[in-house]
Design a protein around this ligand. Structure first.
Ligand code: XBP
Ligand code: MG
Length: 249
């Protein structure tokens, strides 16, 4: 029986990467007087690595062979990341990033139907609560029984750990839940935890490998603006009835 829905955040609840996280990283780099600057295309390559601190280290290793690391490099990365989180949450507080089509509608319907809601993400917890507060509802974070985020597990997606942790907190088995993801790293993580997964793609992820997904969609769809399914000839709106049907497959 379907009891809970577990949502990824970045790229799934909202298109936060290109116009949220990326400019927040750049603002932090400028604040620290650094010449690092991530354009839209480069950021797409950097998204291969989840986690902001991990992403900055990957950038240095793979794109900045000229950069001489200071002795306290890890500390610098941690301070840069704190600044980035500040810039990002300020951007959200200014109402900067809307939820994707169908997200608020489905969350409301699922709550009304008694389904448990959860989050499983690699991003920092403050970023999740800020997005839910400013883009969903003042009490948006309280709609979710579990918010599994950031460094709470050491191994980030594509490792399954964050989903396993969320399931443990809920006391549920993977067969009782559905996951929502937007990326290959995301679905490897959710499927690694044994979860059936629905994918909504975005510009950064449309060419990813989503083998094994329950459905691959443009978005969740709204009345009058249906989703298109990419793995079948189908369009429509993801509602609770459709989730039950997919879950039973
Ligand atoms: C998103 C991420 C995060 C964000 C940046 O993953 O990989 O690292 O890009 O957030 P998901 P932080 O789609 O699983 O949420 O800087 O806070 O890590
Ligand atoms: Mg994502």
């Amino acid at each position: 029986m379907l009891k809970a829905l577990l949502f990824d955040v970045d790229g799934t609840l909202a298109d936060t990467e290109r116009d949220g996280h990326r400019p927040a990283f750049n603002a932090a780099f400028r604040e620290f007087g650094m010449d690092w600057d991530w354009d839209v295309a480069l950021y797409g390559e950097l998204l291969a690595v989840t986690g902001g601190k991990e992403r900055m280290k990957y950038y240095v290793e793979h794109f900045r062979s000229d950069y001489v690391k200071p002795a306290d490099f890890d500390e610098l990365i941690a301070r840069l990341h704190q600044a980035k989180t500040r810039h990002y949450t300020q951007l959200l507080a200014a109402g900067g990033i809307p939820l994707r089509p169908g997200v608020e509608r489905l969350l409301r319907e699922a709550r009304a139907a008694g389904l448990i809601l959860g989050v499983a993400t690699t991003t920092t917890p403050e970023n999740v609560t800020a997005l839910l507060r400013y883009s969903l509802a003042e009490d948006g974070a309280d709609w979710f029984t579990v918010i599994a985020a950031g460094d709470i597990v050491p191994a980030k997606k594509p490792a399954a750990d964050i989903y396993v942790w969320a399931l443990q907190q809920l006391g549920l088995r993977p067969e009782e839940c559905l996951a929502f993801e937007d990326s290959e790293n995301g679905i490897r993580s959710s499927q690694g935890a044994g979860l059936k997964t629905i994918v909504t793609i975005n510009d950064y992820t449309r060419d990813h490998d989503f083998t094994g997904a329950l459905a691959v969609l443009t978005d969740l769809g709204e009345a009058g603006a249906p989703y298109e399914r990419l793995d079948a000839e189908e369009h429509g709106m993801v509602d609770v009835a459709r989730l039950h049907a997919w879950h039973a497959q």
